[in-house]
Design a protein around this ligand. Structure first.
Ligand code: DC
Length: 231
Protein backbone atom coordinates (compact mmCIF):
# COMPACT_ATOMS: atom_id res chain seq x y z
CA UNK A 1 0.00 0.00 0.00
CA UNK A 2 1.61 3.25 -1.19
CA UNK A 3 -0.10 6.12 0.57
CA UNK A 4 0.54 6.33 4.31
CA UNK A 5 -2.29 7.57 6.46
CA UNK A 6 -3.02 8.39 10.10
CA UNK A 7 -5.38 6.01 11.88
CA UNK A 8 -6.96 7.41 15.04
CA UNK A 9 -8.63 4.95 17.42
CA UNK A 10 -10.69 6.23 20.33
CA UNK A 11 -13.10 4.62 22.73
CA UNK A 12 -13.86 3.65 26.31
CA UNK A 13 -11.46 1.91 28.69
CA UNK A 14 -10.74 -1.77 28.08
CA UNK A 15 -12.50 -2.27 24.78
CA UNK A 16 -9.43 -3.52 22.96
CA UNK A 17 -8.19 -0.32 21.29
CA UNK A 18 -4.51 -1.09 21.82
CA UNK A 19 -4.87 -4.67 20.59
CA UNK A 20 -6.47 -3.51 17.35
CA UNK A 21 -3.98 -0.64 17.00
CA UNK A 22 -1.05 -3.07 17.40
CA UNK A 23 -2.52 -5.52 14.89
CA UNK A 24 -3.19 -2.78 12.34
CA UNK A 25 0.30 -1.33 12.77
CA UNK A 26 1.84 -4.78 12.25
CA UNK A 27 -0.25 -5.48 9.15
CA UNK A 28 0.47 -2.08 7.60
CA UNK A 29 4.05 -1.75 8.88
CA UNK A 30 3.06 1.46 10.63
CA UNK A 31 4.15 2.82 13.99
CA UNK A 32 1.81 2.17 16.92
CA UNK A 33 1.50 4.67 19.72
CA UNK A 34 -0.59 3.85 22.78
CA UNK A 35 -1.32 7.37 24.03
CA UNK A 36 -2.81 5.96 27.26
CA UNK A 37 0.66 4.61 28.10
CA UNK A 38 1.92 8.22 28.06
CA UNK A 39 -0.71 9.33 30.60
CA UNK A 40 0.03 6.24 32.69
CA UNK A 41 3.80 6.91 32.69
CA UNK A 42 3.18 10.54 33.70
CA UNK A 43 0.94 9.25 36.52
CA UNK A 44 3.67 6.85 37.65
CA UNK A 45 6.08 9.79 37.86
CA UNK A 46 3.58 11.82 39.90
CA UNK A 47 3.04 8.90 42.31
CA UNK A 48 6.73 8.11 42.71
CA UNK A 49 7.55 11.74 43.41
CA UNK A 50 4.53 12.51 45.61
CA UNK A 51 3.48 15.34 43.32
CA UNK A 52 0.40 17.13 44.59
CA UNK A 53 -1.66 17.15 41.41
CA UNK A 54 -4.01 19.82 42.74
CA UNK A 55 -1.09 22.31 42.68
CA UNK A 56 -0.61 23.65 39.17
CA UNK A 57 2.95 24.81 39.80
CA UNK A 58 3.97 21.40 41.16
CA UNK A 59 2.46 19.70 38.13
CA UNK A 60 4.24 22.08 35.75
CA UNK A 61 7.59 21.52 37.49
CA UNK A 62 7.05 17.75 37.35
CA UNK A 63 6.29 17.88 33.63
CA UNK A 64 9.54 19.80 33.08
CA UNK A 65 11.35 16.79 34.57
CA UNK A 66 9.58 14.17 32.47
CA UNK A 67 10.92 12.81 29.22
CA UNK A 68 8.78 10.18 27.49
CA UNK A 69 9.98 7.96 24.68
CA UNK A 70 9.05 4.65 23.08
CA UNK A 71 11.30 1.68 22.51
CA UNK A 72 10.65 -1.51 20.54
CA UNK A 73 10.70 -4.74 22.54
CA UNK A 74 13.16 -7.00 20.68
CA UNK A 75 11.18 -10.16 21.48
CA UNK A 76 7.60 -9.03 20.92
CA UNK A 77 8.38 -6.21 18.43
CA UNK A 78 5.90 -4.10 20.37
CA UNK A 79 6.42 -0.49 21.26
CA UNK A 80 6.94 0.11 24.99
CA UNK A 81 7.03 3.34 26.94
CA UNK A 82 10.10 4.73 28.71
CA UNK A 83 9.98 7.32 31.50
CA UNK A 84 13.22 9.30 31.62
CA UNK A 85 14.97 6.43 29.85
CA UNK A 86 13.55 3.65 32.09
CA UNK A 87 11.28 1.12 30.42
CA UNK A 88 8.15 1.24 32.61
CA UNK A 89 5.80 -0.80 30.40
CA UNK A 90 5.52 -3.53 33.07
CA UNK A 91 4.53 -1.01 35.80
CA UNK A 92 1.94 1.21 34.15
CA UNK A 93 -0.94 -1.29 34.26
CA UNK A 94 -0.80 -1.68 38.06
CA UNK A 95 -4.06 -0.78 39.80
CA UNK A 96 -2.23 1.96 41.76
CA UNK A 97 -1.62 3.74 38.46
CA UNK A 98 -5.07 2.81 37.04
CA UNK A 99 -6.75 4.39 40.08
CA UNK A 100 -5.07 7.77 39.54
CA UNK A 101 -4.55 8.02 35.79
CA UNK A 102 -7.89 9.57 34.87
CA UNK A 103 -7.38 12.38 37.39
CA UNK A 104 -3.89 13.07 36.04
CA UNK A 105 -5.06 12.86 32.42
CA UNK A 106 -7.77 15.44 33.15
CA UNK A 107 -5.20 18.16 33.98
CA UNK A 108 -4.84 20.90 31.35
CA UNK A 109 -1.04 21.09 31.54
CA UNK A 110 -0.69 17.31 31.32
CA UNK A 111 -2.87 17.23 28.21
CA UNK A 112 -0.95 20.02 26.47
CA UNK A 113 2.32 18.26 27.28
CA UNK A 114 1.14 14.90 25.89
CA UNK A 115 -0.84 16.16 22.89
CA UNK A 116 2.11 18.21 21.56
CA UNK A 117 4.34 15.11 21.61
CA UNK A 118 1.62 12.97 20.01
CA UNK A 119 1.16 15.46 17.17
CA UNK A 120 4.93 15.55 16.56
CA UNK A 121 4.93 11.75 16.22
CA UNK A 122 2.36 11.95 13.42
CA UNK A 123 4.09 14.38 11.06
CA UNK A 124 5.28 11.64 8.70
CA UNK A 125 1.95 9.74 8.90
CA UNK A 126 2.11 5.93 8.82
CA UNK A 127 0.92 5.84 12.43
CA UNK A 128 -1.86 4.17 14.38
CA UNK A 129 -2.57 5.97 17.65
CA UNK A 130 -5.15 4.92 20.21
CA UNK A 131 -6.63 6.90 23.09
CA UNK A 132 -9.62 9.07 23.95
CA UNK A 133 -9.11 12.30 21.97
CA UNK A 134 -7.01 11.17 19.01
CA UNK A 135 -9.63 11.75 16.30
CA UNK A 136 -11.06 14.86 17.96
CA UNK A 137 -8.04 16.79 19.29
CA UNK A 138 -4.69 15.19 18.42
CA UNK A 139 -5.36 14.39 14.75
CA UNK A 140 -8.66 16.01 13.76
CA UNK A 141 -7.64 15.51 10.10
CA UNK A 142 -6.77 11.81 10.44
CA UNK A 143 -7.69 9.93 7.27
CA UNK A 144 -9.37 7.12 9.23
CA UNK A 145 -11.04 7.46 12.63
CA UNK A 146 -12.41 4.52 14.55
CA UNK A 147 -14.54 4.73 17.66
CA UNK A 148 -14.44 1.45 19.54
CA UNK A 149 -16.94 0.20 22.01
CA UNK A 150 -17.97 -3.08 23.68
CA UNK A 151 -20.52 -4.16 26.28
CA UNK A 152 -19.52 -3.31 29.86
CA UNK A 153 -19.43 -6.91 31.09
CA UNK A 154 -17.32 -7.98 28.10
CA UNK A 155 -14.85 -5.18 28.83
CA UNK A 156 -14.67 -5.98 32.55
CA UNK A 157 -14.12 -9.70 31.88
CA UNK A 158 -11.31 -8.98 29.42
CA UNK A 159 -9.54 -6.53 31.75
CA UNK A 160 -10.05 -8.81 34.77
CA UNK A 161 -8.29 -11.69 33.00
CA UNK A 162 -5.38 -9.40 32.13
CA UNK A 163 -5.00 -7.89 35.61
CA UNK A 164 -5.63 -11.17 37.47
CA UNK A 165 -2.56 -12.79 35.89
CA UNK A 166 -0.38 -10.18 37.57
CA UNK A 167 -2.45 -9.64 40.70
CA UNK A 168 -4.51 -12.68 41.85
CA UNK A 169 -5.88 -10.67 44.81
CA UNK A 170 -7.94 -8.47 42.55
CA UNK A 171 -11.69 -9.05 42.29
CA UNK A 172 -13.92 -8.75 39.23
CA UNK A 173 -15.97 -6.10 41.06
CA UNK A 174 -12.88 -3.95 41.67
CA UNK A 175 -11.94 -4.10 37.99
CA UNK A 176 -15.49 -3.24 36.94
CA UNK A 177 -15.59 -0.29 39.38
CA UNK A 178 -12.28 1.04 38.06
CA UNK A 179 -13.47 0.87 34.44
CA UNK A 180 -16.75 2.62 35.30
CA UNK A 181 -14.93 5.33 37.24
CA UNK A 182 -12.47 5.95 34.38
CA UNK A 183 -15.28 6.05 31.80
CA UNK A 184 -17.06 8.63 33.90
CA UNK A 185 -14.02 10.88 34.48
CA UNK A 186 -12.77 10.53 30.87
CA UNK A 187 -16.17 11.43 29.41
CA UNK A 188 -17.01 14.27 31.79
CA UNK A 189 -13.75 16.19 32.16
CA UNK A 190 -13.47 19.74 30.83
CA UNK A 191 -10.26 19.25 28.81
CA UNK A 192 -10.81 17.15 25.67
CA UNK A 193 -13.36 14.68 27.05
CA UNK A 194 -13.89 11.35 25.35
CA UNK A 195 -16.37 11.94 22.53
CA UNK A 196 -16.96 10.28 19.23
CA UNK A 197 -15.67 12.33 16.29
CA UNK A 198 -18.50 13.11 13.85
CA UNK A 199 -16.62 11.37 11.04
CA UNK A 200 -15.58 8.27 13.03
CA UNK A 201 -16.63 4.75 12.11
CA UNK A 202 -18.03 2.81 15.09
CA UNK A 203 -16.65 -0.63 15.83
CA UNK A 204 -18.49 -2.64 18.50
CA UNK A 205 -16.32 -5.68 19.11
CA UNK A 206 -18.37 -7.35 21.90
CA UNK A 207 -18.91 -10.43 19.77
CA UNK A 208 -15.89 -10.29 17.49
CA UNK A 209 -12.66 -12.22 17.60
CA UNK A 210 -9.34 -10.41 17.34
CA UNK A 211 -9.02 -11.60 13.72
CA UNK A 212 -12.54 -10.42 12.84
CA UNK A 213 -11.99 -6.92 14.19
CA UNK A 214 -8.69 -6.64 12.31
CA UNK A 215 -10.34 -7.79 9.08
CA UNK A 216 -13.16 -5.27 9.51
CA UNK A 217 -10.76 -2.40 10.22
CA UNK A 218 -8.45 -3.38 7.35
CA UNK A 219 -11.48 -3.23 5.05
CA UNK A 220 -12.03 0.40 6.11
CA UNK A 221 -8.33 1.20 5.62
CA UNK A 222 -8.40 -0.14 2.05
CA UNK A 223 -11.63 1.72 1.34
CA UNK A 224 -10.17 4.99 2.63
CA UNK A 225 -6.91 4.66 0.72
CA UNK A 226 -8.76 3.74 -2.49
CA UNK A 227 -10.96 6.85 -2.12
CA UNK A 228 -7.86 9.03 -1.63
CA UNK A 229 -6.30 7.59 -4.78
CA UNK A 230 -9.25 8.72 -6.96
CA UNK A 231 -9.75 12.13 -5.38
O1 DC B 1 -6.12 3.62 27.25
P1 DC B 1 -5.75 3.51 28.73
O2 DC B 1 -6.78 2.83 29.56
O3 DC B 1 -4.38 2.94 28.92
O4 DC B 1 -5.69 5.03 29.22
C1 DC B 1 -5.35 5.35 30.55
C2 DC B 1 -6.06 6.62 30.95
O5 DC B 1 -5.49 7.72 30.24
C3 DC B 1 -7.55 6.65 30.72
O6 DC B 1 -8.27 6.53 31.92
C4 DC B 1 -7.83 7.96 30.07
C5 DC B 1 -6.51 8.59 29.78
N1 DC B 1 -6.30 8.88 28.35
C6 DC B 1 -6.70 10.11 27.91
O7 DC B 1 -7.27 10.90 28.66
N2 DC B 1 -6.46 10.48 26.63
C7 DC B 1 -5.85 9.64 25.78
N3 DC B 1 -5.60 10.02 24.53
C8 DC B 1 -5.46 8.34 26.23
C9 DC B 1 -5.73 7.99 27.53
Amino acid sequence: MEEKIIIAIDGHSSCGKSTLAKDLAKELEYRHIDSGAMYRAITLYMLRNNVNITHEEEVKAALDSICLSFTTNEKTHRSEICLNGENVAHLIHDMIVADKVSDVAALKDVRHFAVKQQQDMGVDKGIVMDGRDIGTVVFPDAELKLFMTADMDVRAKRRFQEVYEKNPNITYEEVMANIQMRDYIDSNREESPLTQAADAVVLNNSHMTREEQLKTAMGWVHERVAKMAVS
